[in-house]
Design a binder for this molecule. Structure first.
Ligand code: SF4
Ligand code: SF4
Length: 132
């Protein structure tokens, strides 16, 4: 709904640590093309998140689960021709979502736990492959 749009949202993101380069984005989609989560999930799309930021769709971005699917691998950061640093923008969006009560306050801790567990399992499996 047009009444739910917040056209200042991109400036709000730009004013926060990690979001400073958001206005550099020209929506080329390179971030989505290299994103390992986008490869796994059709409903995760970094370029679409950027487009929603520019369209002022603050409520939709913060309330959807999309921003919590990012794996923080930083592939998008290394590929971006505009140095937008999308992984940092995701972190900024998560911070705003928590501050404004748009998600379960325990969600950041649970996602961090999952991430730590996954890294531990990955390391154990690699160690078993290389005989350590
Ligand atoms: S964040 Fe970078 S790679 Fe992604 S759409 Fe914007 S300019 Fe392109
Ligand atoms: S940091 Fe997130 S958005 Fe960027 S490539 Fe990795 S999973 Fe995708």
């Amino acid at each position: 709904m047009v009444s739910n749009l917040n056209m200042n949202f991109k400036n709000e993101v730009a004013s926060r640590a990690g979001g400073e380069r958001v206005l550099n984005c020209f929506l080329c989609g390179t971030c989505t093309a290299g994103c390992p989560i986008s490869e796994l999930a059709d409903d995760y799309n970094p370029r679409r998140i950027m487009r929603k930021i520019f369209a002022g769709m603050k409520e939709e971005i913060l309330s959807s689960g999309e921003i919590w699917k990012c794996y923080q691998c930083h592939t998008c950061v290394s590929h971006c021709p505009q140095d937008v640093r999308f992984a940092d923008i995701i972190r900024t969006l998560r911070e705003i979502a928590v501050e404004e009560g748009k998600c379960d306050p325990k969600l950041p801790g649970k996602v961090a736990e999952l991430d730590a567990r996954h890294r531990k399992e990955l390391l154990a499996e690699v160690n078993s492959l290389v005989g350590k």
